[in-house]
Write a protein of this length. Structure first.
Length: 234
């Protein structure tokens, strides 16, 4: 791929803007020699203003999403993309969230520009477990674990019952819920079906991947070991 296209795809600017960067001599190889728009050089050998390029296509990352950020590229208010480098919003192929978390939900949110990976993660066949910690307005009734595990709970306006989900009671207003599907507002609606209300919701794990000390608002790229852990539903 010609360098002008590579850089434009990575969000460094429009083709026109990137072409200017070449004219200004801002794009070099690792040794500092100026590169040109039509050159075809390996991603790792390119520098812009002396800096290595952003990760190539095939990027997957996790963000520790704080509450109050929307999973959208163009909503009003604070967006999860505001927490990533600004160029990441301009990449082609697009870097999209893998599923969504509600604005007021915090925790592990995945992004990728790899369509196949995205489908593998959200595929019902993969049934990757997703672990949520819920703070509740009311004390638990005591029958929630049995109800959620039953595979018979039908949420309002749905036509099929929820798959069995595992509930671990932490204390009377705090529970850990493991889902293997992802319906709209699922955790909030499950507790609403028991007459309760979720006051705070946090996702701590997807598949075998956990936040593992990643601070709120921070992100990091996933490597092959992370991806293997992610897809390990065990
Ligand atoms: N379930 C919810 O209700 N909200 C989320 O953000 C994720 C799962």
């Amino acid at each position: 791929m010609k360098l002008v296209k590579l850089l434009a795809n990575l969000g460094y600017g429009s083709r026109k803007q990137v072409a200017w960067m070449f004219r200004e001599g801002r794009v070099t190889d690792a040794a500092g020699d100026v590169l040109y728009a039509d050159d075809q050089v390996g991603h790792d050998d390119v520098r812009v203003d002396g800096e290595p390029l952003d990760p190539p296509q095939g990027l997957a990352l996790m963000l520790h999403k704080p509450a109050g950020y929307t999973c959208s590229t163009k909503d009003t208010g604070r967006l999860v993309y505001d927490l990533l480098p600004p160029r990441f919003r301009l990449r082609a192929p697009v870097l999209s969230t893998v599923g969504r978390l509600d604005r007021e939900t915090s925790g592990l949110l995945l992004f990728t520009d790899d369509g196949q990976l995205l489908h593998r993660i959200i595929s019902p066949k993969a049934a990757l477990p997703k672990v949520y910690e819920a703070m509740l307005a009311q004390p638990l009734r005591g029958d929630e674990a049995t109800l959620f595990a039953s595979g018979t709970l039908m949420l309002e306006s749905e036509t099929t019952p929820l798959k069995p989900a595992a509930l671990e009671v932490i204390d009377e207003t705090h529970a850990r819920l493991t889902l293997t599907e992802g319906r709209y507002h699922q955790v909030r609606r499950m507790f609403a079906a028991t007459g309760n209300h979720v006051v705070a919701l946090h996702r701590s794990r997807v598949g075998g991947l956990a936040l593992d000390g990643l601070a709120e608002g921070d992100w990091r790229a996933l490597d092959a070991a992370d991806l293997a852990a992610l897809m390990d539903a065990g």
